[in-house]
Design a protein around this ligand. Structure first.
Ligand code: HSE
Length: 299
């Protein structure tokens, strides 16, 4: 019997659209034990709408992996403990795919490396900015190349915390991508390239005073603000209350602020206040950065 623990993730971090992300100490778990017949059970804070049958995304991912490596599908009992809120921009579907792959690989005797699992996860999920930190932990950069997705861990144990403010409304990634224009101007592209470069420098050098400018974006955040009432005002409130930087988490609707420890109360209070003023009823969490990525351990 073993457990796979997979972190929530926050993608983009402002200008790093589809390539930068970080892992958070908020976890889903998959507990795997031999069983006949096959069985899925759900626990944790988020169970609604998650199928407990063979259509389940984690199970489908496990079967996909075994087919790929020609391994016979074992009969198991799976218990999912879901603590990552779904459809909020915190990487819940990446966690399902990464968790399924890590569990299936472990059951097959771990024939695949993390790097090979990343290639499969990326092909299934299509969002390396979530799957790379979910597998590797820390702050990551994903580089698409002809030979595959190259993962780089920019900072394994960054010295900041994250405040995540999670609205109680769901936002589908396809919808949040659908409102983005298909083309970007050269001026906006240059803005994002330069800011993503600054952001990477800030993470590598641990110069967090650079995050405020480094997390600015022109490719997707302003465009998505129409879907998230109070988004721009809440990001501004985070800066004013002492955050190093703040951004839309993935495609939203969650907002994330990266903060020094001593500003957690003020940043959380101000972000919640502003969101509430805009009619949202959000939940806030103060989280540390996960530095391991998905792991499996015998229990
Ligand atoms: N980068 C994606 C987006 C989020 O902003 O649409 C999920 O990885």
């Amino acid at each position: 019997m073993f457990r796979v623990k997979i972190p929530a993730t926050s993608a983009n971090l402002g200008p790093g659209f589809d390539c930068l992300g970080l892992a958070l100490q908020l976890y889903n778990s998959i507990i795997v034990e031999p069983s006949r017949p096959f069985k899925i059970s759900l626990t944790g804070s988020y169970q609604d709408g998650i199928p407990a049958d063979e259509s389940n995304l984690v199970w489908r991912t496990m079967c996909h992996f075994w087919k790929l490596i020609h391994y016979p599908i074992p009969s198991v009992a799976l218990t999912f403990e879901n603590n990552i809120p779904p459809s909020r921009g915190l990487g819940s579907s990446s966690a399902a795919i990464v968790g399924g792959l890590v569990a299936a690989n472990a059951l097959a005797g771990s024939p695949y490396s993390k790097y090979k699992l990343l290639q499969i996860a990326n092909a299934l999920e299509g969002h390396p900015d979530n799957v790379t930190p979910a597998l590797y932990g820390g702050v990551t950069l994903s580089i698409p190349t002809e030979g595959g997705m190259i993962p780089r861990v920019l900072s394994q144990t960054p010295n900041f915390k994250a405040v995540v403010v999670i609205p109680n409304t769901l936002l589908n990634t396809a919808k949040a991508r659908g409102i983005l224009p298909p083309d970007v101007s050269r001026k906006d592209a240059v803005f994002n390239i330069s800011h993503a470069g600054l952001l990477i420098e800030a993470f590598i050098r641990e110069e967090y005073s650079l995050l405020k400018e480094g997390m600015r974006d022109l490719l997707h955040q302003n465009q998505r603000a129409v879907l998230i009432p109070g988004m721009l005002e809440t990001l501004e409130a985070a800066f004013q209350a002492g955050a190093y930087g703040a951004a839309l988490s993935g495609s939203g609707p969650t907002l994330i602020a990266l903060i020094p420890e001593n500003s957690k109360i003020a940043v959380t209070r101000e972000m919640l206040n502003v969101m509430e003023q805009h009619g949202s009823n959000p939940q806030a969490l103060v989280l540390d950065i996960d530095s391991c990525g998905a792991i499996h351990s015998i229990i």
